[in-house]
Design a binder for this molecule. Structure first.
Ligand SMILES: [Zn+2]
Length: 314
């Protein structure tokens, strides 16, 4: 790895065509050498699903199909992928789940499994999730907890905890996607639902350019619980509007690997939300650059093996 390539790995929205071209070609040399399981792929078809939050994100594409994902992942060896729910209008959770499960069943793509939407605290949660849990492609549930209308402490209400415990009984995991200041709530939830496996989305949404001390402490606490794995995803989207390079992401990535250990971290592309900070390829290549000096086996665990084991995708 040369300093020159490292310089080029940064991606700047305002950098202009020449710099972007340099970034792309230089980054090609740094493509992860391992096969990839992308544990966090969003797909949406606005003709069939309502995504109210997307109205406030005009930078994101209005359509995100599997074919679009394949174009974005061109040059990366994505061998399997896991769909991540897209925060649809809650009335459409079942529609969303059925759509993605149909796509998994077709078997004509790398899409193998899904983390579907759901509202663990709602009265109808058990009736919603139990039939879906019997589909082997359903691996877990996520409810985004960092939306502006979701107060801190929301995930600690007894009905929410009960819903998350039910997931464990059904063999499903729950994705923690929350503000970094509220990771302590996440820890309390994990402690109260010891029979459920959790995935910490987006490294716990750290302030990539800010102080990491409090985040590191909270990640250490979460990582000390054996039923939590860390998803290395999302951090490029949080650089939105700022120039960044692989070195800027390194403290977060390295702390995730140190805290969880090489066997409990998984790569997530977070396409197309990642495009707020970088094309999918540049994010994957920047991550590959950050872990370049680690043992080849550990790199393969991060990009492939851990996800295969965690989700049972062998
Ligand atoms: Zn995402």
């Amino acid at each position: 790895m040369t300093p020159t390539r490292r310089e080029f790995l940064g991606w700047t929205a305002a950098a202009g065509a020449a710099a972007t071209a340099a970034s792309t070609s230089a980054a090609t040399a740094a493509a992860p050498a391992t096969p990839i399981i992308d544990t966090h792929v969003h797909l949406w078809d606005l003709a069939r699903l309502r995504l109210p939050w997307l109205e406030g994100a005009p930078e994101l594409p209005r359509a995100a199909s599997w074919a679009d994902y394949q174009k974005a992942a061109d040059g990366l060896n994505v061998v399997k992928a896991v769909y991540m729910e897209v925060d649809v209008d809650p009335a459409q959770h079942e529609v969303e789940a059925r759509l993605v499960l149909e796509q998994c069943r077709k078997g004509d793509s790398a899409l193998r499994a899904a983390v579907i939407g759901g509202r663990p605290a709602s009265d109808g949660f058990a009736a919603y999730i139990k039939p879906l849990a019997s589909d082997p492609a359903v691996k877990g549930v996520r409810q985004v907890l960092h939306g502006p209308t979701t107060p801190s402490g929301y995930c600690l209400q007894p009905s929410f905890v009960a819903g998350v415990r039910l997931l464990g009984e059904l063999g499903l995991c729950f994705d923690l996607c929350m503000r970094h200041a509220e990771l302590g709530d996440g820890l309390k939830l994990v402690e109260q639902a010891g029979g459920t496996r959790f995935v910490l989305d987006h490294c716990g949404n750290p302030p990539v350019f800010g102080g990491l001390d409090a985040w590191k402490r909270d990640v250490d606490r979460l990582a000390s619980r054996p039923n939590v794995v860390g998803k290395v995803s999302g951090i490029v989207a949080s650089t939105k509007g700022r120039s960044w390079k692989a070195d800027d992401l390194a403290p977060v990535v390295n702390h995730m690997i140190e805290a969880f250990g090489p066997d409990r971290v998984m790569f997530g592309g977070d396409w197309p939300v990642c495009t707020l900070g970088a094309p999918l390829r540049d994010w994957a290549k920047a991550l590959s650059d950050v872990v370049h000096d680690r043992p080849a086996g550990d790199q393969r665990k991060l990009f492939h093996d851990n996800a295969e084991r965690f989700y049972g995708l062998a």
